[in-house]
Design a binder for this molecule. Structure first.
Ligand code: ADP
Ligand code: MG
Length: 451
């Protein structure tokens, strides 16, 4: 029997998968998964719900198996299993699929995201200093603090670091993702509990809102957030907001929300330079208790340039590779471990908007041209919205690009379409099935190389 540290392997696999699939795709389907067990060539991946299990099973199985086989050099059968732990732990499954541990004070914080573990480089020094100031002096001059920047650059880390300090100082703090805020808001309306909702958000001393771009364009949620904001702000309570984009470019319906975000301090985080990447890698390796020499770290830092998450993924990959083949971590081994990624990045066929448009059109029995046309009958409009939603999910195209692909439409139309489909997926099993089916077709086209 062969029992290996499933979570360790899975962490490395996730690092790699993150590079192989689109960002939204990774976030939706893979981010919250965990490695449950690995025995007798059977690898069990824990997932939060049956929908994700089914999606992964149908669409990503071969990619995932290939990745695991690449890492372990063994034949592997992967099984996706809904894991009970998700129910108890809410959304606290952290990055890299780590298993949540009972955190001292707040189940919402990742214990690793503290100021102590944040490596300050020139690319993030301003944001770091502002976060520290807010933590020490909440409700002061930096209210609200708005931190923006690309994915994996430490925004959530800084936000939660503030939260940790607040907890220590007995400040009543609430951390939520904008997505969670939206869901709670919708539930509150449905269950007629808007009073409780309001109370929850307006009674805290500090509100930390992660990924606020998520609510941009969602009219009622924006409105509700606007009132929450004002109430807190007017009573000097601290608000900290993160977003993938600066306030200026967020497609808010409420312009007054945007201007409020600019009242305090708006600061960005940039991708780390080589020096900072190296410092981060050193800290991460130390944290893991693994001795990795400087030349190896340099090699990793050279190759992972985009963000810290990628950096961690590469380091994990190298460590896992060395563990699995049971050799020391040399530059040669590291290069070997990463070479695989580089070639996969270059070779892997990717999903294009036209593949999606054609597949959607076929599924709706419409001409792809209809989707790009001005036709507005219900069926065509729905098909077009599904195509927009899937293009956002499965590719890295910007909203503007998606709009152009689907008949030169505005990016706000794309946002609207995505929101609509997202909410319909939850309420209509029929649509959910149809979309899963289309996704499956897209992936099989891709895998058979017809495209
Ligand atoms: P974002 O929210 O911007 O997408 P995260 O805060 O989730 O990014 O960061 C991604 C990962 O990189 C996390 O594991 C985080 O701890 C780590 N990280 C990012 N920036 C730094 C940094 N400057 N020092 C140490 N770790 C960092
Ligand atoms: Mg984040």
């Amino acid at each position: 029997m062969d029992i290996r540290p499933a979570q360790e392997i899975w962490t490395a696999a996730l690092g790699e998968l993150q590079i192989g699939v689109s960002k939204p795709n990774y976030r939706t389907w893979l981010e919250k998964t965990i490695g449950l067990s690995y025995q007798d060539n059977e690898f069990i991946v824990g997932v939060p719900n049956p929908f994700i299990a089914e999606y992964l099973d149908k669409n990503q199985r071969s990619l995932i198996e290939k990745t695991l086989i690449g890492l372990t050099q063994r034949d592997i059968n992967v099984i996706f299993q809904v894991d009970g732990r998700y129910q108890n732990s809410g959304s606290s499954y952290g990055d890299q699929g780590e298993i949540p541990i009972a955190l001292a004070q707040s189940p919402n914080f990742n214990s690793r995201y503290t100021f102590a573990s944040f490596v300050v480089g020139s690319c993030s020094s301003l944001a770091h200093a502002a976060a520290l100031e807010v933590a020490r002096n909440p409700g002061g001059s930096h209210n609200p603090l708005f931190i923006y920047g690309g994915v994996g650059l430490g925004k959530t880390h800084l936000l939660q670091a503030i939260g940790h300090v607040a907890l220590v100082n007995h400040i009543q703090v609430l951390y939520v993702s904008a997505e969670q805020f939206t869901n709670e808001f919708i539930n509150a309306i449905q269950e007629k509990k808007t009073r409780e909702f309001r109370h929850k958000y307006r009674s805290v001393d500090m509100l930390l809102i992660d990924d606020v771009h998520f609510i941009a364009g969602k009219g009622q949620t924006e409105e509700s957030f606007f009132h929450t904001f004002d109430e807190l702000y007017n009573t000097n309570r601290q608000i900290v907001i993160t977003s993938d984009f600066p306030p200026k470019t967020l497609p808010f319906i409420q312009d007054r929300l945007r201007s409020r975000f600019e009242w305090g301090l708006v600061t960005g985080v940039q991708p780390p330079d080589l020096e900072t990447r190296l410092a981060i890698l050193q800290a991460k390796a130390k944290d893991k208790g693994v001795n990795v020499t400087l030349d190896v770290l340099e090699l990793i830092a050279q190759r992972a340039q985009r963000n810290v998450r990628e950096l961690e993924g590469y380091l994990n990959r190298v460590i896992a590779f060395a563990t699995l083949v049971r050799t020391a971590i040399t530059p040669k081994l590291a290069a070997q471990a990463l070479e695989d990624i580089a070639s996969k990045k270059a070779k892997s066929p990717s999903i294009t908007p036209s593949l999606i448009i054609e597949t959607v059109a076929r599924s709706f029995q419409l001409s792809p041209l209809y989707l790009k046309s001005r036709r507005r009958d219900r069926e065509t409009a729905l098909a077009r919205q599904v195509a927009m939603y899937l293009t956002k999910q499965e590719t890295n195209c910007s909203l503007a690009q998606i709009g152009i692909e689907l008949g030169n439409r505005d990016h706000s139309t794309v946002i609207h379409a995505c929101k609509k489909i997202e909410s319909h997926i939850d309420s209509s099993p029929e649509l959910k099935r149809k979309i899963l089916d289309i996704q499956q077709r897209i992936y099989s086209e891709l895998n058979t190389g017809n495209y």
